[in-house]
Write a protein that binds this ligand. Structure first.
Ligand SMILES: *[C@@H]1O[C@H](CO)[C@@H](O)[C@H](O)[C@H]1NC(C)=O
Ligand SMILES: *[C@@H]1O[C@H](CO)[C@@H](O)[C@H](O)[C@H]1NC(C)=O
Ligand SMILES: *[C@@H]1O[C@H](CO)[C@@H](O)[C@H](O)[C@H]1NC(C)=O
Length: 270
């Protein structure tokens, strides 16, 4: 097991240097402040664990599928799709868990419902939105009005009308990831996200140029800065800020890179 984890670090640090798609399992945070700096973790009985959904701030409630905001406006453990509503259909799909949505509004909101997997390319325009092929491929109309599959794990290529709903930069003529250089101030120069489900690039304020730039070095971070400035993507191991291993979590979104890293680790371990 420890051999696997070490190999995993080697792979991830070689290929995803100062960017991470991973979240640490809360149990990896060994210090109270290190733990409490991460919005989804909490410290009790001298250990770090997953925070109850009801204690997570609303802005961070829905980004990982485990928790959802219910119609009463509070964060709770994600339940059956049918108990949720959203002001847009895409929010049923990515904020209230992987749900579909009714085609029309009821009392000004869309009722969410569970989805049945489809092949996007064979959907009619009317049936296109609100469908998934699987958790990592959803259907939406492309600019030619055809039903197409899209990957929610990156902002590039996402239709502009739903770009901001996926946590992406919709300020230009096409949907894109935030970069460190995206209009960030000294206080917000921490991370640049490729949407809610994509990679997080670490950023650092350059006091000379007064600009937000990609962070070149992680070794200068203290234990408490390590989890804080990486949004829980790195943790303190052997006195070093270290990228988190792939989380073995069934409700986590997986992607080809993580799967191929597991495959390589598997081959190396054998
Ligand atoms: C989380 O909720 C459970 C059940 O409601 C409770 O027993 C537990 O103490 C709570 N944990 C924290 C860290 O608040
Ligand atoms: C940066 O953000 C501010 C406030 O949102 C906005 O007024 C300004 O136009 C933005 N500048 C650029 C270059 O995007
Ligand atoms: C900060 O910006 C200056 C001026 O653009 C540049 O010369 C320097 O290399 C930058 N510092 C770092 C650490 O990147």
């Amino acid at each position: 097991m420890s051999k696997k984890i070490i190999l995993c670090f080697i792979f991830l640090s070689a290929f995803q240097a100062l960017s991470t798609k991973n979240r640490c399992d809360c149990t990896l945070f060994g210090g109270q402040t290190e733990c409490e700096n991460v919005p989804y973790c909490s410290w009790s009985n001298n250990a770090c664990g997953l925070k109850n959904c009801s204690n997570i701030i609303l802005e961070r409630c829905e980004t990982f599928f485990r928790c959802s905001i219910n119609p009463a406006g509070t964060c709770e453990t994600t339940g059956d799709c049918s108990k949720y509503t959203a002001t847009t259909q895409i929010d049923c799909m990515f904020k209230r868990g992987n749900c579909a949505a009714e085609a029309t509004q009821t009392n000004g909101v869309y009722k969410c419902k569970s989805y049945t997997a489809v092949t996007c390319a064979s959907q009619t325009a009317e049936n296109c939105k609100n469908s998934f092929e699987n958790e990592n491929s959803f259907c939406w109309l492309n600019s030619q009005g055809k039903c197409q599959s899209y990957d929610p794990n990156t902002c590039s290529g996402i239709p502009l009308e739903i770009c901001s709903n996926l946590g992406c930069d919709a300020s230009g003529s096409e949907c894109k990831a935030y970069t460190c250089a995206s209009n960030l101030t000294v206080n917000t120069c921490i991370l640049a996200n490729d949407g809610y489900f994509g990679a997080k690039t670490l950023c650092k304020w350059n006091t000379t140029s007064q600009k937000c730039e990609e962070r070149a070095d992680i070794t200068e971070l203290t234990q408490n800065q390590c989890s804080l400035l990486t949004d829980g993507g790195y943790y303190w191991l052997d006195n070093k800020c270290t990228v988190c291993p792939v989380e073995d979590d069934t409700d986590d979104t997986s992607n080809a890179i993580l799967l191929s890293s597991l495959l390589i680790i598997h081959l190396l371990v054998q």
